[in-house]
Design a protein. Structure first.
Length: 158
């Protein structure tokens, strides 16, 4: 049996998780954590006063999230070990959510992305508007050119 060096073992470990490879399982995790609702839920839990929020509080905090999507996302975050769910047997039943240590670690990154989006939205939106205006202008120029070509074809046929 061949002996491998520590460097060779580290290199194999790095190659085992390469999100640029189609068969790498980290692609699934990246897809999960890059989801809009995941980012907002993790950020909301990270900003909560006592780091815990009830289901209804999360629903109010995150505009536009449906109950179905909130439930599905929380379940997937719990399954991945990013969120802990605590049920308190009261009437009605109280369900609280909090970030786990792993979720808090991710929350630092996602909160930064959220903050970046809030800080740079106006700049990105201005770029979008300039791009869309330029594209509309180019389309209009192409349409005018096509109309001129058609008119020239009609004139030549006459």
């Amino acid at each position: 049996m061949a002996t491998r060096t520590a460097e060779a073992r580290r290199e194999e470990a790095r190659a085992a998780y390469d999100a640029f490879l189609k068969e790498c399982p980290t692609g699934q995790l990246l897809a999960r954590i890059s989801d809009k609702w995941v980012g907002l839920i993790v950020s909301a839990l990270g900003q909560a006063e006592d780091r815990t929020m009830r289901y209804s509080e999360l629903g109010r905090k995150i505009p536009g999230v449906s109950q179905k999507m909130l439930t599905q996302t929380l379940r997937s975050l719990e399954r991945d070990g990013l969120v802990a769910r605590t049920v308190t047997p009261t009437v009605p039943v109280r369900v609280d959510y909090r970030l786990t240590e792993l979720g808090s670690n991710l929350g630092c990154l996602l909160s930064s992305v959220k903050q970046w989006a809030e800080n740079h939205f106006d700049e990105v939106n201005a770029h979008r508007e300039r791009h869309d205006a330029a594209a509309a202008s180019a389309d209009a120029d192409m349409d005018a050119g096509a109309d001129a070509d058609m008119d020239a074809g009609v004139d030549a046929a006459a």
